[in-house]
Design a protein around this ligand. Structure first.
Ligand SMILES: [Zn+2]
Ligand SMILES: [Zn+2]
Length: 256
């Protein structure tokens, strides 16, 4: 009986060891240090941007062109348009502005890498969503943080047009990412930006001061540095800022 129990305990110990080995192997696969600069984004860019975005490569750069108009519903299409939908409840169309097509062109590195200067994001486009709509940071004209009054002009996508009739996303939203691990687009430094979760559905707890970390994603199974949308309910509005602060990498151009 004693021998049997000893044998059983040995088996348990052995199993635990095996499980431990499997777990540590799994962890090893998730640790992807010092890969910045070696990951090409070209294939993922080509495979994930929607048809409204024209993509070309130019040496080590990728050029993305769009007219910046959303491929989804928003009140900013105007009543009568097939893609018109009303504002979220409590929000209003107290805006005289409408949106119009632009000639956007974003040039990003095909192999994005970390920058030592970490330039701060500024007003205007800091990236492009997969449908060609520009991504903005958490600021408005005058470089002041978005306030609740401005946010009442947001549609379900956390977006609105500026004075230049330039429709743009400030936050997460119904047609990009709500509370998931969706790839939203790429910022001007060539690094991808995702929703609030990682692909294992967990909210990341190791984001750096730029709002990102290096880890495997659905589109980059070998790992890449990527940003996440903020996990803070901004001013209790139900919107989550996509990106604030500085770039991780070196910023490319965005012209119109
Ligand atoms: Zn804005
Ligand atoms: Zn992540």
């Amino acid at each position: 009986m004693k021998n049997l129990r000893t044998a059983f305990m040995s088996l348990v110990a052995l199993s635990a060891l095996a499980v431990g080995l499997i777990i540590s192997c799994g962890n090893d696969n998730n640790v992807t240090p010092t890969i910045s600069g070696s990951v090409s984004i070209t294939e993922v860019v080509i495979n994930n941007y929607k048809s409204g975005v024209t993509i070309s490569t130019n040496g080590n750069s990728i050029v993305l062109k769009s007219n910046g108009l959303p491929d989804h519903k928003t009140p900013y299409w105007g009543a009568g348009n097939a893609l018109y939908e009303d504002f979220p409840e409590g929000y209003h169309a107290n805006v005289n502005t409408s949106m119009s097509a632009h000639n956007y062109s974003m040039t990003i590195p095909a192999n994005p890498s970390v920058s030592s200067s970490h330039e701060e994001t500024t007003l205007g486009p800091i990236g492009m969503a997969l449908n060609g709509v520009p991504i903005y940071n958490d600021r408005e004209g005058g470089n002041v943080p978005l306030d609740t009054l401005t946010i009442t002009t947001f549609d379900y996508s956390g977006a609105h047009p500026g004075p230049g009739k330039d429709y743009h996303y400030h936050t997460t939203g119904k047609y990009t990412t709500v509370d998931d691990d969706n790839l939203v687009g790429f910022l001007r430094d060539g690094f991808p930006i995702y929703g609030r979760r990682d692909k294992d559905d967990i909210y990341p707890d190791d984001l750096d001061t730029y709002g990102g970390h290096t880890k495997a994603t659905e589109e980059f199974p070998d790992g890449i540095y990527h940003y996440h949308a903020s996990n803070v309910n901004y001013l209790n509005t139900g919107y989550y800022i996509l990106k604030a602060g500085s770039y991780y990498g070196t910023k490319g151009t965005f012209t119109q």
